[in-house]
Design a protein around this ligand. Sequence first.
Ligand code: LLP
Length: 463
Amino acid sequence: MSRSAHPAGPRHADVLPEGHYTAPAEDLNALDPKVWAHTVGRDADGVVTVGGLPVTQLAEEYGTPAYILDEADFRDRARAWRTAFGADADVFYAGKAFLSRAVVRWLHEEGLNLDVCSGGELATALAAGMPAERIAFHGNNKSPEEIERAVRAGVGRIVLDSFQEIVRVAHIAQSLGKRQRVQIRITVGVEAHTHEFIATAHEDQKFGIPLAGGQAAEAVRRALTLDGLEVIGIHSHIGSQIFDMSGFEVAAHRVVGLLKDIRDEHGVELPEIDLGGGLGIAYTSDDDPREPHEIAKALTEIVTRECESARLATPRISVEPGRAIVGPTAFTLYEVGTVKPLDGLRTYVSVDGGMSDNIRTALYDAEYSVALVSRTSDAEPMLVRVVGKHCESGDIVVKDAFLPGDLAPGDLVAVPATGAYCRSMASNYNHALRPPVVSVRDGAARVIVRRETEEDLLRLDVG
Ligand code: LLP
């Protein structure tokens, strides 16, 4: 189970009297390094700093809510993945987690490749100078225009997701006089232990071609006959926010089994396999993710072992972590607007953002933690629910947490581990203006995605 991020159902009843919770033993002023970006700490006045800058100054300059991203931490994590997998493997950062031109440049500099899944992500990658051959193009329903753009640009691989797409990509590539490198995405029948909406390798869902019933083998058979395609490998992505490596073990076993069948039938050893992304991060102190070097070692060993027993040369492995790189590197900074104690229940703390900047709590029942960051406090802990300012009672940012009992309007609070799938899934619900992403490094801050303005909203509304 993905533990804190995606419980199978609500972990607590919707309303539990305060007495049912025990106040945390730990100091509420402490910042657990597991969930906070690497350079986060508190200064002598108790104000939280990141990249050498106090959050009070960041709030003053850039306003709230804002996503604050620790660039050094992002680069460290990207490099750790790159180093862990070494020169014989490829790491594709999954752009869907969070993508901007600055991020693409950092990835390029750190030697990572990029997985994109839409024309918009492809455009961002190319605009920032990511070499096309280091881009993988994903998606279960790429439009002919998107495919053509990707083929023309010369992307390193297109990951084929259906029988129709095999023909579509082959046709487009051929008409452009090209031979497109492709992988075929299969579903291996693994139920990753995660929330239903983000588990992708069981068969009853929209992604990939099932291994079951020989469909994946048939897809390879057809793709190998088409001149417009160069089949370079098999792709499998089993889900997200996964801590347990056993799902990858089964997936690798089945993917290698297919490679063996392909060799036996066609006399071809496909040179690559991609095991997707999905590695979990700590959203709360209860989560214990593995380090990239442990993951790399485990995955490489699994694939090598499986290939040895199938008497296949070990293919080049690639992985596609998104959340595990960017997730922990950012937090969302909010200002408290109201503090509303409900007798015998809990205290509702309203912040100046909400489900428009973090839909994950409402959508997946994801758990987050929260801290008072503009000062320290020795007040007694109070049980809170951090909610947004949207017209919806499900507009919850942090469902259950403790904050100091003297919390007041004007205080700044921050929710850590919001780097992945928060800005990228942000919406304009209630005509909210999507917050900026401010990157910090060595005492300097820089807006990498600016705050939306009412003008931006009105520009789309053509009257
Ligand atoms: N590769 C493929 C083919 C994917 O579909 C995904 C995620 C990834 C890599 C990256 O997965 P990651 O390492 O970031 O877990 N919105 C959801 C997550 C959806 C993930 C979709 N695919 C969430 O907020 O948890």
